[in-house]
Design a protein around this ligand. Structure first.
Ligand code: KIV
Length: 270
């Protein structure tokens, strides 16, 4: 019998705001990695639309579809036991009105088995988030640098460097929290702005490129593991060099095959 594991949910994550225990999160996109990061003790797994870059080879998250997200989220749900699993609402799914967004968000729970969804956007997304929360869907907000706005913004930039910009991101965070988000991702914002938001909100903030004062941190798994080598974001620390390890291992396998050393007796059947 597999050992019983207590699954984490919105209540446990919200409580961390009171206890001060930091929330640990990474992205994952498949069942095997989900199992590994779950066993390593992460609190929630985000099946981010960053899967466009890490899994599908796109340059941005814009081409990622609902079907892509559902398939990868379902795989992660199959691999995770303890961690909460959050699916990411992809490009445009939240911009066709709250009812359509609600319909799509529900698919994450009903078809993929996710425990909640993440919605990019601030003040303008508040009515949509409110509608989802009213319907019983746990929603994580995401403000600051919004990867789905990369084309409209003309690139990625750190937010909060002017008082006006900082106030706008602050207003976004307050709006999504007041709409019922159980946590808010702060991406690419100055540390002082992240601290201001973290002190003001009753729900946890989860930082990525937002300094050390957030209630939790999230990173893209492939960045942490050295699997995504196109560029290394400044906010990332590499904890492993799996890209190099894969090249080395497969290179050794290739040498053995070419030299007739693999398969040997142990890998062969008489
Ligand atoms: O898609 C993603 O991986 C994300 C995180 C970077 C927060 O949105």
């Amino acid at each position: 019998m597999p050992e019983q594991v207590q699954k984490l949910g919105v209540r446990e994550l919200r409580q961390r705001k009171q206890t001060g225990e930091r929330i640990v999160s990474v992205t994952a996109y498949d069942a095997q990695m989900a199992r590994l990061v779950d066993e390593a003790g992460v609190d929630f797994i985000l099946v981010g639309d960053s899967l466009g870059m890490t899994m599908l080879g796109y340059k941005t998250t814009i081409p990622v579809t609902m079907e892509d997200c559902l398939r990868h989220t379902a795989a992660v749900v199959r691999g995770a036991r303890r961690a909460m699993v959050v699916g990411d609402m992809p490009f445009l799914t939240c911009h066709l009105g709250p009812e359509e967004a609600l319909r799509q968000a529900a698919r994450f729970l009903q078809e993929a088995g996710a425990d909640g969804v993440k919605v990019e956007g601030g003040v303008e997304m508040a009515p949509t988030i409110r509608r989802m929360v009213q319907a019983g869907i746990p929603v994580m907000g995401h403000v600051g640098l919004l990867p789905q706005a990369v084309l409209a913004e003309g690139g990625y930039r750190v937010h909060g460097r002017t008082p006006e910009d900082a106030d706008a991101v602050f207003a976004d965070a307050v709006a999504v929290a007041e709409a019922g988000a159980f946590a808010v991702v702060l991406e690419g914002v100055t540390s002082s702005l992240a601290q201001r938001v973290t002190e003001a909100l009753a729900v946890p903030t989860i930082g990525i490129g937002a300094g050390p004062r957030c209630d939790g941190q999230i990173q893209v798994l492939h960045d942490l593991l050295g699997l995504f080598e196109d560029f290394v974001p400044r906010h990332t620390k590499r904890y492993a060099e799996l890209g190099a390890a894969v090249r080395q291992a497969i290179g050794a396998y290739g040498e053995d095959v070419r030299a007739g050393r693999f398969p040997g007796k142990e890998q062969s059947f008489s």
